[in-house]
Design a protein around this ligand. Structure first.
Ligand SMILES: Nc1ncnc2c1ncn2[C@@H]1O[C@H](COP(=O)(O)OP(=O)(O)OP(=O)(O)O)[C@@H](O)[C@H]1O
Ligand SMILES: [Mg+2]
Length: 489
């Protein structure tokens, strides 16, 4: 989300004090940016006044969710974070903050100042703490030390981000090296008319990228026409793409333009190209060669100016080897190839994507976005996401709808993410549980989960576990598992 315009939280440059009277602070370039996260307006105001007078740019957030939101939009040099925020404590927030910006120095603001809290905060990654009421000079000194320590690294990060911002795209979230390289490639290929083949597993964002290429091309004001070549029945695909003359076939009562003509001047996105029939492949190849074709049943050649983008989640090289895909078409399409990495290979994008979609679906439903609990984030980082970004997006939508508090707790995540953590979670929740209780709970959850996945079909479930149906029945009774009604398949 570093790609969003830097508007929110931006405020006019701070009015600087007379720098000549403050040689100690004059070394601080104006514009170093600090985010203050505190629920007390009085604290926010006084810190803002103090820091603004010292030449810092200051942004404010009243709770964790707003703080994370600002953090994902803007680049900060330091965060001042209240330990006792409502809902989620500052300590709980630290893992998320560092998942978003690993290098950010965070100074905790604490009213309690108990050794325990401070030690926990430092362990969780805070670099220092201040105690309310604070001493202004000491606070400023601590801030300078924290920023100074980090400055070299921060400058590199700033520079990288500023450079990257020139070539980033709305709606495409990602800060992993793989995604940043992809942004560069999209920027390079967009202006031309070259055919681009976008490959990647299901849900990695192939269509999203195709749209971005079109939107950043000189064709952006002309149509972007997606056609799912796998979903259109093959006997219809030809007339869908090429159009037809009246009477070309029984149902052709009137002449009709095909998508190649509809897309004239713009971009045609051939999706799921790997499943296209061989005879269609030959016909498409011709159009790709000279942008000319004829209506089905027609005799006149039609010339169009289209850019072709194609996508597939099957390995086309393999399909060529197996004789399922024409080699010549593969080379025509593969002029420029973009490979979208699966989400499990760029896990650093997970927190960013999660926050993006929490905010998106919360706004859509008129809710305040819930904050990911540290345990939820851990589960999400451990999970392999076979359905990639689409699966993560769905999980966040579900979480937003089900959450009835400020936090997205692990129980609101889909069950497949919670796979192996029953025992740890249970022991944490009930420290006095015996091993027997834990084992029973694990058994209960494994069986319930499988029953749900088998649509409450007990025979299928017992076969899965390789136990007799009668044993499964006994277990269901003993463990007091509530059976749900089977839904229609
Ligand atoms: N980098 C990303 N940032 C934000 N959203 C993303 C990103 N990648 C994918 N998505 C979202 O995930 C969903 C799936 O993306 P998309 O439809 O482009 O995937 P796909 O690769 O075409 O999948 P399939 O092969 O199943 O058709 C969309 O809602 C898309 O907006
Ligand atoms: Mg797709």
């Amino acid at each position: 989300m570093h790609d969003l315009p830097r508007t929110e939280g931006d405020r006019p440059e701070a009015v600087l004090g007379d720098q000549t009277e403050r040689p100690a602070f004059a070394a601080h370039p104006a514009g170093q940016r600090i985010l203050i996260v505190d629920d007390e307006a009085g604290i926010r105001d006084s810190l803002e006044t103090l820091l603004t007078l010292e030449g810092f740019r200051v942004d404010l957030a009243a709770d964790g969710a707003a703080g994370l939101e600002q953090l994902s939009r803007n680049v900060y040099d330091l965060m001042l974070l209240d330990l006792a925020l409502p809902g989620q404590s500052g300590i709980d927030l630290l893992p998320q903050i560092h998942a978003l910006v690993p290098e950010l120095p965070v100074i905790m603001i604490t009213a309690y100042g108990t050794v325990g809290n401070v030690v926990d905060a430092i362990r969780a990654g805070a670099c220092n703490f201040i105690q309310k009421p604070w001493d202004n000079e000491k606070l400023l000194a601590d801030i300078r030390v924290a920023i100074g320590k980090n400055r070299a690294e921060q400058e590199v990060v700033h520079l990288k981000r500023t450079l990257r911002q020139r070539v980033s795209f709305e709606n495409i979230v990602g800060k992993s090296e793989a995604m940043l390289q992809l942004f560069d490639l999209i920027a390079q290929v967009s202006p031309s008319r070259s055919t681009v083949l976008i490959q990647g597993e299901s849900g990695t964002g192939k269509e999203l990228i195709a749209k971005a290429i079109h939107a950043h091309s000189p064709r952006r004001d002309k149509p972007f026409i997606p056609v799912n070549t796998g979903a259109v029945p093959s006997d219809l695909l030809e007339s869908t793409l090429f159009g037809h003359e009246r009477g070309a076939f029984t149902s052709a009562v009137a002449a009709k333009k095909g998508l190649f003509e509809v897309a004239d001047g713009g971009t045609l996105f051939l999706d799921e190209i790997g499943t296209m029939r061989m005879d269609m492949q030959a016909k498409i190849l011709r159009v790709l060669q000279d942008r000319r074709f004829m209506h089905v049943g027609g005799t006149k050649e039609i010339q169009v100016d289209i850019r072709i983008l194609a996508a597939t989640n099957v390995n086309l090289e393999q399909a060529v080897k197996e004789g399922r895909f024409r080699e010549d078409l593969f080379y025509r399409l593969n002029v420029i190839s973009l490979e979208l990495p699966p989400l499990r290979n760029r896990k650093e994008d997970i927190p960013l994507l999660a926050n993006h979609y929490l905010k998106f679906y919360a706004e859509e439903n008129g809710f305040t976005p819930p904050v990911l609990a540290p345990e939820s984030l851990r589960l999400m980082m451990d999970y392999d996401w076979p359905g990639n970004v689409r699966e993560l997006e769905n999980a966040m939508e579900r979480g937003v709808v089900l959450a009835n508090g400020p936090m997205l707790t692990p129980d609101l995540l889909p069950s497949q993410l919670r796979g192996n953590t029953f025992s740890t979670a249970l022991l944490e929740q009930k420290p006095d549980a015996s091993l027997f209780d834990v084992m029973e709970e694990i058994e209960r959850r494994i069986i319930s989960d499988r029953l749900e996945r088998c649509n409450w079909n007990q025979t299928e479930t017992s076969e899965y576990f390789r136990i007799p149906l009668s044993t499964l029945n006994q277990k269901i009774k003993r463990l007091d598992i509530t059976l749900k009604k089977r839904s229609k398949e």
